[in-house]
Ligand binder design. Structure first.
Ligand SMILES: Nc1ncnc2c1ncn2[C@@H]1O[C@H](COP(=O)(O)OP(=O)(O)OP(=O)(O)O)[C@@H](O)[C@H]1O
Ligand SMILES: O=c1ccn([C@@H]2O[C@H](COP(=O)(O)O)[C@@H](O)[C@H]2O)c(=O)[nH]1
Length: 239
């Protein structure tokens, strides 16, 4: 039974960078951005406060660049800059849908976006603006899963919602094993013990230590986001 009213007042929504590619060969598919603007607009419409983190996997990942011969820290810097590009594209799509949006970056980028400031972010969220936290944590060797959980905890979100390319957490990677079995619910320790790779384990530890629930769900499933903020059980809940 799904409530008509929202059960979450403030959320941290982590969007898959990789899923932004959509049907394009590389980069960002504008149709994915438009779909996201529609879904996010529905939440804004019922008064949900939304912090966003978008990944960079559609453009660059430090680990992949290292495999190709680049220095790892340089690769991670490139990955973090990729998340800023995605954040700018997302802001553009949201603003075209008349959704007030601010982008903050963990890496100072004067003249392009504001530097991350927790108090300003909380004020903006309280005013109903969508706030996109870009450039990850600002540090190499992390991922945007960790930055999403970190920012979610900092701004006192009710939940971290990881919107990704699969519809939940499975016992093995469902992209590689069609027989994989899906979980409806898991504890943080079960994710850690089983080394389930849907989310990086640093992020899970952080959420466990700060009692931040995480729901993993399919970014492409229409209406899933709205349903979840009203108490729907799409995907897998980790708590
Ligand atoms: N046990 C598992 N259950 C579900 N998915 C898993 C599991 N193990 C690995 N995965 C993989 O994890 C992926 C999601 O994590 P990943 O960090 O790669 O993507 P993302 O965070 O959505 O993208 P980006 O890093 O670009 O933001 C899924 O596409 C899935 O293939
Ligand atoms: O705190 C962070 C966050 C990210 N990175 C680098 O950016 C890329 C893209 O992020 P994804 O989470 O993989 O989408 C990541 O692979 C890292 O290289 C970072 O260094 N620090």
């Amino acid at each position: 039974m799904v409530a008509k009213e929202k059960v979450y007042k403030r959320i941290l929504l982590k969007l898959s960078g990789e899923a932004l590619t959509g049907q394009e060969a590389f980069g960002i598919d504008p149709r994915v951005l438009d779909h996201l603007a529609l879904e996010i607009g529905q939440l804004v419409g019922i008064g949900v406060q939304i912090g966003l983190v978008v990944g960079g996997g559609n453009l660059f990942r430090g680990a992949a660049l290292q495999t190709a011969g680049l220095d790892r820290v340089t690769g991670d810097h490139m990955g973090m800059l990729a998340t800023v590009m995605n954040a700018l594209a997302l802001r553009d799509a949201l603003e075209r849908s008349n959704i007030a949006t601010q982008v903050m970056s963990s890496i100072p980028m004067s003249g392009v976006v504001d530097h991350y400031d927790r108090r300003k972010a909380i004020r903006a969220l309280s005013n109903g603006d969508v706030v996109i936290f870009s450039a990850g944590t600002g540090n190499p060797f992390f991922t945007t899963d960790s930055s999403a959980c970190l920012r979610g905890i900092e701004v006192d979100a009710d939940v971290v919602l990881k919107a990704t390319k699969v519809d939940g957490v499975y016992d093995t990677d469902p992209m590689k094993n069609p027989e994989a079995i899906k979980f409806d619910q898991l504890t943080y320790d079960e994710v850690l013990d089983k080394k389930l790779e849907v989310m990086d384990l640093t992020a899970i530890c952080l959420c466990r230590d700060h009692d931040m629930p995480v729901r993993v769900f399919d970014m492409a499933e229409r209406g899933a986001l709205l349903s979840i903020v009203r108490g729907g059980t799409e995907g897998t809940l980790i708590q």
